[in-house]
Structure formats: C-alpha cells, structure tokens
Design a protein around this ligand. Structure first.
Ligand code: GLA
Length: 319
C-alpha cells in the first residue's frame, strides 16, 4: 500500500533564541506542507526524488556518516535514518518522492518538516511519541546542517495543531495548545532568503553558554542577575533571553484576556530585543517590520525564527 505523509512548516509568534537555553517558545504550524509519497521495498535502500532538487538521494542502510551524503539535501534524510537506527529501530527500504509547498530557505522550517516526514514514514508501523521524534530529528538537523539548533521547530511540527499556537517549555518539553481567536489573524511575509549554516547562530549559542557559566541557567535568571555579567555584549544577550521568556508568558496571558493590542506590542518589543540585544536582525528585516507596522489593522510585527533574514510575522486585527 502506498504511503503518504505530510508535515507542516512553522512560524514562531514569539520566543526566539530561547529554546536552546531551555526557555519558552510559541510557534504555530502553517498550512504549507512537505509531503512524502512512496512504497516500502524489500531491500535496505532509501531512494527519494524531490520536486525541488535536481539530484535524487540513494542511501544504503546502515548509514555510516550522514554529514558526508551527497546531494546535500540527502543529509537530512540520512541524519534521521541514522538516528533511528541508533535507537534500535529496524528500518525497511523505501522508494518515493518528496514535494513541498514550504518555501525553502525562508525560515519556515522546511528542513525540520522533511526530517519529521522521514521519521514518520520510517516509523509508520510503530509511531513514536512526538517528543522522542522531535529530539531525534533535532540531532539529525545538527549533523546534517552543522547548526546547533534548539527543539522548537521539530517539536512544533511534530505536535502542533491547526488554529492553535504551540506553547513549548523547552526544559521539560511540555506543550500547551493555545487557541488563536478568530478576532485576530497571523500574517507571514517572506522578506529575504537566509541560511543559518555559517551564520552567527552558532555564536549566539556559544554566547548564551558563556552567560550561563557566569549566572547559571538563563531559564531561572532574572533581570537583576545581569549586573553580575561584566561583558557588555554578554549582558545584552542575557537580557534578550530573560526578557523574551517573560514576553512569551505575557503574550499568552494577553491572548487569554483578549488584549490584542498588548499581544501586538509584545511582538514588536521582541523584534527590537532581537535587533538591539541579540543582534540577529539586519537593516532589511528592520525596514520590513517598520513597513508591516504601518499597515491597517496590524497590532505588532517581528522577524521570526533564527534571524539574519527570513520572514516577518505580524498580528492583525480582523474586526
Ligand atoms: C531556528 C532554530 C530554532 C530556534 C530559532 C530561534 O529556527 O532551528 O531551534 O533556535 O532558530 O528561535
């Protein structure tokens, strides 16, 4: 019987660069999807063609080193299969096709969607809990892209529900589905292509580790602890993470009180924190946020995701 698995892209409403220090995030799944169709085979070979890539991927199991697979998009597939094999899952061969409506390189997590789709296909007979799947795919992403990402994208894609944002506590991986009321809508606009590989993303991960060596876990830190950080740059990095965790909580509370103005204000504040304190924005993204904020009904806007390009997400009143 042919297999069909679809996984969505995601956008982050608020809570960026908080996941890899066990903080809070509030992403939501989108209605763009990656789909894998195909059939299991009797050999131990995965063969995938992609509508968006010129070269197919052929992988013989077991996979030795996913980071050396060519073409490069095969590294995400290989990374997932490699991680599954490490957990003792016995894999069958598969031959199929990948297609996607998630714009690639736009910061809407096309790679995490591919990872979760591959994992879902490979475990179709014995599904795994979403948190296990997400952690495994996060490790695959590290190997495939070299980017030391957090858990947000994979877990949101694995567990998100339509019409809801996914409040994730990245410390214990608990999830709360927060309904998006019909009085507001979420707009996502692609601004500039970006890749996190080779960007300052890994530097930010290292900087937050350096901060934690001084003041302990950022998740437990308060703004008062900033005075213990002598280095001005590290102090700003810490201020972003500590204030962003609070903004996620405040944003959810504002949604629940139907205070859309406050929710929008928090989103815009998050952007300026990313701009000034975390320095993951740039002039193009700042200009796009300013432009979005001038549109009718827009309550707040920010760059979303890893940064250095990608998309702007905005909250708009539909009344
Ligand atoms: C990328 C990473 C996520 C997260 C965001 C920033 O999307 O994959 O883990 O760190 O950047 O919030």
């Amino acid at each position: 019987m042919p297999v069909i698995v679809s996984t969505p892209g995601r956008v982050n409403l608020i809570g960026d660069h908080t996941d890899y220090t066990q903080g809070l995030v509030l992403p939501m799944i989108l209605d763009v999807v990656t789909t894998i169709t195909g059939d299991f085979t009797d050999d131990r070979v995965w063969h995938l063609v992609s509508d968006d890539e010129p070269l197919p991927v052929t992988l013989s199991l077991p996979i030795d080193d996913p980071a050396r697979i060519e073409p490069r998009w095969g590294r995400y597939v290989a990374g997932v299969l490699h991680e599954l094999e490490k957990t003792g899952v016995s894999l069958r061969g598969f031959s199929g096709r990948v297609s996607t409506t998630i714009p690639i390189g736009s910061g809407l997590s096309s790679s995490a969607a591919l990872e979760i789709a591959v994992a879902r296909v490979a475990t179709i007979d014995r599904p795994m809990p979403e948190t296990v799947l997400a952690q495994l795919c996060r490790r695959a992403e590290h190997v495939a892209s070299g980017v030391p990402c957090g858990i947000m994208d994979q877990l949101c894609i694995a567990a998100g529900q339509p019409g809801h944002a996914t409040l994730i506590d990245c410390r214990d991986l608990t999830i709360e589905h927060v309904s998006i009321p019909s009085a507001i809508t979420v707009d996502v606009e692609f601004i500039a292509p970006r890749t996190l590989a080779g960007s300052e993303y890994a530097d930010r991960v290292a900087e937050t580790s350096a901060v934690e060596r001084i003041i302990g876990p950022l998740r437990d830190a308060s703004l008062e602890s900033l005075t213990a950080i002598a280095d001005e740059t590290l102090r700003r990095r810490a201020r972003h993470v500590i204030s962003e965790n609070q903004r996620v909580l405040d944003f959810v509370a504002a949604l629940r009180r139907a205070n859309w103005t406050e929710a929008g204000r928090l989103m815009t504040e998050s952007h300026w924190s990313l701009r000034h304190d975390f320095e993951t924005s740039n002039a193009t993204m700042d200009a796009a946020v300013e432009r979005t904020l001038r549109r009718p009904g827009v309550l707040g806007a920010r760059m979303t995701g890893g940064g250095f390009g990608g998309c702007v997400v905005a909250l708009r009143s539909v009344e």
